[in-house]
Design a protein around this ligand. Structure first.
Ligand SMILES: CC(C)(COP(=O)(O)OP(=O)(O)OC[C@H]1O[C@@H](n2cnc3c(N)ncnc32)[C@H](O)[C@@H]1OP(=O)(O)O)[C@@H](O)C(=O)NCCC(=O)NCCS
Length: 214
């Protein structure tokens, strides 16, 4: 997908205030769709996402334990209203004397890749982090995860390698009126996108019923 908000990333200029795809914030009612998304990831993708082998029951337990009050979960939907891209922004416990930190985890289904969805989810999570007073965003990934490493470098993250793992950090500047407006605008775009896809899907489902009945 062409990103109309193309931006030159650097550690001093991390991530733009505009986001290149409609990213929707999810509530607990989406657990089934989240589970279905994660179960579609193959063994390698699950290892990249969670850092270890992750069988179905472990994924089910992760989804069951997602805390939508403490953390934030973001998604990009396809035309059938299935989740094609998913991100979990987990707020780390506040430690006295340390800045507020959050951990970002992301997955995009193979058919949705290379369209800028991974970057859009990272952008939205970074802006949301700024707007919720997080000063440091962190991604834990396997060092050979080329796509995530590319995204991290592109976002201006500092990457530290250790024993086949890599930790990428992004120091975030405080929020400002433009980050607040940008997040609200992306949320509205996502609501509109979702409503439009719902309505198109309803029409198409009705036609299918009609054709089958005929
Ligand atoms: C990492 C992941 C989320 C990227 O999703 P995506 O929607 O394809 O990401 P984007 O389209 O925004 O960008 C991907 C970038 O990585 C690049 N890329 C993809 N594969 C690559 C590779 N093997 N080597 C180098 N760069 C690669 C793409 O060219 C693109 O860069 P560009 O925008 O500069 O052209 C997706 O591959 C995924 O779900 N992987 C499995 C789970 C995972 O690894 N999660 C990350 C750890 S939490």
């Amino acid at each position: 997908m062409h990103n109309p908000f193309a931006h030159h990333y650097s550690p001093a200029n991390p991530l733009p205030n505009s986001i290149g795809a409609p990213v929707r914030e999810l509530h607990a009612g989406y657990r089934d769709k989240i589970l279905s998304h994660l179960l579609q990831l193959n063994e390698d993708d699950r290892r990249m996402r969670f850092g270890t082998q992750t069988p179905d029951p472990v994924i089910a337990s992760y989804v069951e334990r997602l805390d939508f009050v403490r953390d934030t979960v973001f998604a990009i939907f396809d035309d059938n209203l299935n989740i094609v891209g998913l991100a979990h922004l987990a707020y780390l416990p506040i430690v006295k004397g340390r800045t507020r930190e959050a951990e970002f985890g992301v997955s995009v289904l193979p058919e949705g890749r290379h369209k800028g969805f991974g970057m859009a989810l990272l952008e939205r999570a970074a802006i949301h982090s700024r707007n919720t007073r997080v000063e440091s965003l962190f991604v834990h990934c396997l060092a050979h995860n080329k796509a995530m490493m590319h995204l991290a470098h592109k976002a201006g993250m500092t990457v530290e390698y250790a024993y086949g793992d890599a930790d990428a950090y992004l120091k975030l500047p405080p929020s400002n009126p433009s980050t607040i407006i940008s997040e609200a605008a992306n949320g509205q775009w996502a609501d509109f996108d979702f409503a439009l896809k719902s309505s198109l899907k309803q029409t198409s489902d009705m036609w299918n019923l009609f054709i089958r009945a005929g």
